[in-house]
Design a protein around this ligand. Structure first.
Ligand code: HAS
Ligand code: CU
Length: 544
């Protein structure tokens, strides 16, 4: 039976998940309108202004709000499940309300049409000050959550000296450190440049410098999204699949490598930006290839864990273990399809990171394809699947409409294959990203893109149907689901005996210090070189 304390703490996690899912719902509706608009369908209210307001809201709500709140909720659930003690509920609620207040501020700024700067908020496009201040508050709220998470790790160490953190907490602490390293770049950009400029305290802004801080934040942001998904792949999936985690030590290593190398790679978003020395762009290419490694290890470990599961379920042949897996479980299907998609999306990342190939795909629809397979599927579909797993465990209610829940990840997969593949293709054919109409007012080159964008619009409609299915299952379960015994939250056991002593890959403090040093090495020279050049600030632009 649940205690009052339990219910209180579940409430906090549930509040975080609720904001995440609400943001997802609004973002999904906008996404479908955008896919139709790009394919040049005449939908009501269609105009460039509406399109760019919508793309800004979609990017911010999906990329920054859905993800951040979901990750905060997941972190709280994990802390509670491994520590089994109070986790500073006041601080938790303060974090929640500050982040929510910031989110509402930014959302109003976007929807009122004053802040059409897209989710990358590149200057000299200028937003209303409340856009930047709201986004900053969202981050401040998340920092308080980081304090809770770090405090949980401290308590574990205090009570079990010498033992390594439980694996899910290990992964979440890595996520927290990556987030703190990432948001330090954002804090410099936001407090030092964007907010004073938007308030009119300074007239001009340095766009390349701002973009450099932005990508110091923006690349590790992608791993802030990915690592909690990895926590689910490593620590929950093998158990649901009926098997064991293939290797605990590899898992600990993977998370620590992300702490080390997530951040000093951001120049791979700026290969075409002027003023940054080519040598430093090349250096960031190399470090990007280093950060591919932990994901390749992940591919190996998760597939091996699934093979173990299939064999524990009785498979004997070379590949029949695949068929033994619980493909009819909504959580399993979501995560397995998310991983399959990530194999393609991650491969695309390796292409993006190659300096020469990047010039072919940069600023084209290819990039949209890339990030819808990575954050839009590997991460989002994992989070949706995890919601099916978590909801009954947090609320004690049975999952409603199981068949709808099962069809949802398959629909998402089909929709994303159509959407992702067509965007990769049109990107290679030269179609820019972020265009309101792919028809380009009848330009001949645009003819080649047309039929593909129609296919991608069909993908968008299927994705919307999948989103609706997800929302229906979640809302119905939450409000109408039959109450039963609350199932416990249990994590996968490793194949070998669990580790009982702290090893190399458990040294968070030392690796964080090295990570800070690597950021200094990766960013100090290119930024100081940039500042040595004559700087021309830009006045603000508000095209919409
Ligand atoms: Fe990226 C642009 C490079 C990963 C997100 N990326 C973006 C943007 C976003 C994004 C949002 O180098 C656009 C930003 C903007 O708006 O301008 N990306 C990479 C590289 C990786 C990578 C090298 N990206 C991600 C992840 C993201 C994400 C993860 C979100 C979560 N990306 C780039 C570059 C650009 C870029 C350039 C700039 C492009 C430009 O010009 O603008 C790597 O981390 C990827 C490693 C992944 C793998 C895949 C491993 C596979 C696994 C699954 C195995 C499981 C299987 C299933 C096969 C190597 C782990 C088995 C299933 C069974 C049932 C058996
Ligand atoms: Cu990146």
């Amino acid at each position: 039976m649940s205690t009052a304390q339990d219910r209180q703490e579940n409430k906090l996690a549930i509040a975080n998940f609720a904001v995440a899912i609400a943001a997802f719902g609004i973002g999904a509706l906008m996404a479908m309108m955008q896919a139709l608009s790009r394919a040049d369908f005449d939908i009501p209210l269609r105009s460039p202004k509406v399109y760019y307001v919508s793309v800004t809201a979609h990017g911010v709500l999906m990329g920054l709000v859905f993800t951040t709140f979901f990750i905060m909720g997941l972190g709280l659930v994990i802390v509670r499940s491994v520590l089994k003690e109070d986790i500073a509920p006041r601080l938790g609620w303060a974090s929640f309300w500050i982040a929510l207040f910031g989110t509402l501020m930014t959302t109003v700024a976007i929807l009122s049409g004053t802040s059409t700067v897209l989710y990358t908020f590149y200057p000299p496009l200028q937003a209303h000050p409340t856009f930047y201040i709201g986004a900053t508050l969202l981050v401040v709220g998340s920092w308080l959550w980081c304090v809770i998470m770090l405090d949980a790790a401290r308590r574990w160490r205090r009570d079990q000296p010498g033992t390594p953190l439980p694996l899910p907490l290990h992964g979440m602490i890595a996520t927290v450190i990556v987030w703190l390293l990432a948001t330090s770049g954002l804090a410099i950009e936001s407090l030092g440049m964007l907010i004073p400029w938007s308030l009119g305290w300074v007239d001009t802004i340095d766009p390349v410098l701002a973009r450099t801080y932005m990508w110091w934040f923006g690349h590790p942001l992608t791993y802030f999204w990915l690592l909690p998904a990895y926590v689910i792949w490593y620590t929950i999936l093998p158990r649901v699949a009926g098997g064991r985690l293939f290797s605990e030590s590899l898992t600990r290593m993977v998370f620590m490598l992300f702490v080390l190398f997530s951040t000093p790679v951001g120049l791979h978003h700026q290969f075409t930006d002027p003023g940054i020395p080519a040598s430093w762009k090349l250096a960031h290419t190399f470090s990007t290839y280093v950060i591919l490694f932990p994901s390749l290890v992940t591919a190996f470990t998760v597939i091996a864990s699934l093979e173990v599961a299939g064999r524990m379920r009785g498979a004997r042949g070379l590949f029949d273990w695949l068929l033994k897996l619980p493909w009819r479980d909504p959580f399993f299907a979501s995560v397995a399809l998310a991983m399959l998609t990530f194999a393609v999306g991650g491969f695309g990342g390796a292409i993006n990171a190659a300096y020469a190939m990047n010039t072919m795909v940069h600023n084209t629809a290819w990039i949209m394809g890339h990030f819808h397979l990575t954050v839009g599927t590997a991460v989002a579909l994992t989070f949706m699947g995890a919601t099916y797993w978590l909801l009954p465990r947090l609320t004690g209610r049975e999952l409603m409409f199981r068949r709808l829940a099962l069809s949802q990840p398959y629909l998402w997969f089909v929709g994303m294959v159509l959407f992702g593949m067509t965007n990769h293709l049109t990107g290679v054919l030269g179609m820019p990203r972020r265009v309101y109409s792919a028809a380009y007012e009848g330009a001949p080159q645009a003819q080649a893109w047309q039929s593909w964008t129609h296919l991608s619009a069909i993908g968008g409609i299927i994705l919307f149907a999948s989103s609706l299915a997800f929302l229906i299952v979640v809302i119905a379960t939450f409000t109408l689901g039959r109450r039963g015994e609350r199932q416990p939250i249990r994590y996968a056991l490793p194949l070998a005996a669990p580790m009982t002593e702290r090893g190399l890959w458990d040294r968070f403090l030392i690796f964080s210090i090295i990570a800070v040093a690597l950021i200094a090495i990766g960013y100090y020279p290119p930024i100081s070189h940039l500042l040595e050049l004559e700087r021309f600030g830009s006045l603000p632009f508000k095209p919409f």
